[in-house]
Design a protein around this ligand. Sequence first.
Ligand code: FUB
Ligand code: ZN
Length: 658
Amino acid sequence: MTGGKIKIQDNFWSYYRDLIRTEVIPYQWKILNDDIDVNIERERKDDSIPNEKSHAIENFKIAAGLKSGSHYGWVFQDSDVYKWLEAVAYSLAERMDENLKILADGVVDLIGAAQEEDGYLNTYFTIAAPERKFKRLSESHELYCAGHFFEAAAAYYEAAGNEKVLQIACKLADCIDSHFGSDKGKNHGYDGHEEIEIGLMCLYRLTGEKRYLNLSNYFLYIRGTDPGFFEMQKKEDKEKSPLIEGMDRWPLSYYQIHKPLPEQDTAEGHAVRLVYMCTAMADVAAITKDGKLLSACKRIWRNIVDKRMYITGGIGSTVLGESFTFDYDLPNDTMYCETCASVGLIFFARRMLENEVKGEYGDVMERALYNTVLSGMALDGRHFFYVNPLEAVPECSEKDPGKSHVKCVRPEWLGCACCPPNLARLLASLEKYIYLQKGNAIYANLFMNCEGIFETSDGTFTVKQKTNYPWEGAVCFSLNCEGKTPVIFGIRIPQWADDYSIMINRQVVNAEIKDGYIYIHQNFKDDEIILNFTMKVEKWYAHPNVRSDIGKVAITRGPLVYCMESIDNGPHLHLMFLDENTKFSYRFHEEVLGGAVIIEADGYMREPGTEDRTALYQKSGPAGKVRRKVIKWIPYYAWANRGMNEMQVWIRQALSFL
Ligand code: FUB
Ligand code: ZN
């Protein structure tokens, strides 16, 4: 990706990145090997979700003929291993660890051993259903798994120089290329879950092999042109049993095949599928300059960001089909907001930046990263959320079957383990998201302590960032160009920052914002730019059509969304409210939640009724007294780290309806 060579050494992010290296990667490895006794929770009440063990590595051993046994887990269980390998690759690129490399090289050998003669690779089909290969694509995830392997292979090849991983990947890609495409006699299908399109683009960038670009393009363009394809395959599949129970109940839009892609306008269906699809469309469009794909991406982007995204950067409003629903439908307590979907939204935003440099893509990356994505993992790196609610009450999650997916503590592992390694690979590769380079123009999108080196047309350009973001709003850039040609340096001004100042070499300057960036164009020679965003506590109101948020406000500071927890505020968060003129105070607490800014304000609490004191309904209210109360907020990403309790992002505000 066009983002320079970056080294991160940051107060905030290094904690997470060290955690990925020291805890998350080893912990996930033990789980993939069934070497550790963890409680694997189903992500919702559904007995068909496999939750006895991971078995992911064992599946590879069986497929490779090294062990006997049967396949266990989802048809896409292999992808857990691939995402883990990708996270390992980024971690090794940041800091080489010979032992980890030896372990990962062994995994590559194992994957190679599980690959069939013709290049086919998928442990479920090799072990359990060789006669059904590519015959039930709506459910099979064969191409989805391949896509994840391609991403992992490209990353691992680059990090560890392992030639074998690339050979396995190309052999698999060639196998798929020989089966799929518009040529007569080929399979004219596509996968039920987009991902191969992204993976093929990684292989294309690495190898320059045009067939991979063409195949990615093919998979995008065929989608939605023959909506009867899955049904036709199902009829032809002699072995009628489903590969995933209940998958055939979803409408075409679940798979984004209700229309050809260039005609799609809104974010429909399964949220992860949709953002992976858009990531690939934006990626292909950036290379082929395909205006039709890019226009569709822009329309879908507008629909997500203007009408279907939570303030936390979460997407997906319903557990049914883990899907989008309709404009402004953003329920806080039944939402989906899968961690993977926000990871995918960041991928999509990053690829859109390559097509057009607009600050809003960086804004969404930042929103999703600091809020929903980080919330996906506990501070110990050993517990993970699959879905990320904006309002959670333990009793509701336990007793309301419609909220069984809304967990109030992060499980140790999940029956469907797509999110934990997805989050790991994103955090381990944060370098890719900080800057964007286009020729002699460098754009800063995320703020953290890091050093960047970029090759421009006549030499090296270096930029160092120093900041205490997200706790403080000052960011200092030290810049130097080796060559004579001036560099255009763009800095994103976050959408939340209406107040900021800029100094160049200690002189205050005014710089106009263009598409979300300020620009400084010069031949930098040990120059310094200091940007200072005023980080106030802010209240945000939702669009009036968002039924769930009317009369409520959400509290933010800088890029962080805040929430209340009952451990700080007592139970019944729904009875707490603010008045319009509430003043907020905040302070950094070293000892709380790994160090965090905590916000406080004077608010109110309506007393809860008791069984003998308040009727269920009465003609005159309010039922119960109102008393003053100091309300406390913590950063949303850090909730549920102190045991099971209530949490709420949006809080009622007296008179805010007017
Ligand atoms: O289908 C593979 C993955 O499992 C999806 O991306 C997640 O949403 C989960 O359903
Ligand atoms: Zn997931």
